[in-house]
Design a protein around this ligand. Structure first.
Ligand SMILES: Cc1cc2nc3c(=O)[nH]c(=O)nc-3n(C[C@H](O)[C@H](O)[C@H](O)COP(=O)(O)OP(=O)(O)OC[C@H]3O[C@@H](n4cnc5c(N)ncnc54)[C@H](O)[C@@H]3O)c2cc1C
Length: 331
């Protein structure tokens, strides 16, 4: 049995990404199952800084890929990342490779799986080594069912469902840091991000916001989002929406919450005029508190709500906005 689980850790500005810390927690449990170690692969500028804090999250070793083509994180080249990962897999023969269930984590692992001609399991909640493979529990159908599956082959390639596994802090020493230079070929760099266009409005991103105020078909029009935007701004949050809204062209797809949109885990989620379809709930089940605004007391969203206002959002949301403004003026 190989003695290591390798985790692809994403980071920004020297800070490991939250979803990668969740992947480390799953990897730690996987490695504990056979008394193995956890190592991390980090790529891009600031990687060495991020590596320093991984010890308490269960990684004994941080392997930092250094290559001029990997330095600029804004020019993400998924095949170059997959090549770096596969080079480490060839050298270290890990029992499993784990990544966050982020866009990058899923893409890099899928490309690594294709290179290795191995299966890959996405959306895992738990995993354990079994013989020459792994047994995994995965979220399927937008989170409406759990699948128990067996994955053949070594290493087991897994990504972790976002916000489904709690991060851990251990009383552990700092991870040792080793750097290596992957042997990249020209074709590894053919697919790369060439340009980034900031979303209009800037501000806090939907995925990271502590408060998200979303509108659904019940908002009725693009203009109807004015009060929702105001509430999000008053609470320092972001605006989201359902697919009914993006399909109607009222908001861009980047605002969509759900199975085929952004997965969010805010402290407070306020869906207004949203029925609570399974595919929508798949994107917001990580919310700590949910306040629904809907006139229909039978709407499915109420089954997931901690609080609800049964009423017309066109009256309720402006009233909340006015109350917040008034309370702030009185301070
Ligand atoms: C493969 C697939 C993927 C999908 N992915 C996603 C996804 O990522 N995200 C997503 O959201 N959906 C997704 N969907 C669509 C999903 O199934 C639903 O159709 C969609 O979420 C419904 O959006 P809604 O709740 O805004 O609209 P509806 O289901 O029409 O609900 C509208 C709600 O507004 C309420 N309402 C009406 N008037 C008012 C008012 N004045 N004030 C307050 N409330 C009011 C109604 O009572 C109702 O509950 C997907 C579907 C498929 C098949």
């Amino acid at each position: 049995m190989a003695a290591e689980v390798l985790v692809l850790v994403e980071h920004a500005g020297g800070e490991p990404d939250e979803l990668s810390l969740q992947a480390l927690a799953l990897a730690r449990a996987y490695a504990d199952g056979f008394g193995g170690a956890v190592s991390a692969l980090l790529i891009g500028r600031g990687a060495a800084g991020a590596a320093g804090v991984l010890g308490v999250h269960g990684a004994a070793l941080a392997l930092v890929a250094e290559h001029e083509a990997l330095e600029d994180d804004t020019r993400f080249a998924p095949d170059a990342w997959a090549a770096s990962l596969c080079e480490l897999i060839a050298r270290r023969s890990p029992a499993a490779v784990v990544a966050a269930g982020s866009d990058r984590g899923n893409e890099v692992l899928a490309r690594a799986a294709a290179r290795l001609d191995q299966p890959m399991a996405a959306n895992c909640l738990a995993a354990a080594a079994v013989g020459e493979g792994a047994r995994v529990t995965r979220l399927r159908w937008g989170g409406s069912l759990l699948e128990e599956a067996e994955l053949d082959g070594v290493p087991a390639l897994l990504t972790v469902a976002p916000h489904a596994v709690a991060t851990q802090r251990l009383d552990a020493a700092a991870a040792a840091v080793e750097s290596f230079t992957p042997a990249l070929r020209e074709e590894d760099l053919r697919v790369a991000v060439r340009e980034r266009v900031a979303a209009p409005g800037g501000g806090v991103s939907l995925a990271d916001a502590d408060v998200v105020v979303s509108g659904g078909r019940g908002v009725g029009s693009a203009e109807g989002f004015a009060a929702i935007e105001e509430l999000a701004a008053l609470l320092g949050g972001a605006v989201g929406c359902s697919r009914a809204v993006t399909m109607a062209g009222w908001r861009p797809h980047s605002d969509q919450v759900g199975q085929t949109g952004t997965k969010i885990a805010p402290e407070l989620y306020i869906p207004c005029g949203i029925s609570g379809a399974t595919q929508h709930m798949a994107g917001c089940k990580g919310a700590k508190h949910l306040l629904a605004v809907n006139p229909d007391p039978e709407a499915p969203i109420l089954a997931s709500a901690d609080y609800a206002v049964i009423g017309d959002l066109h009256e309720v949301v402006p009233a909340i906005n006015a109350a917040i403004r008034k309370a702030r003026e009185a301070r």
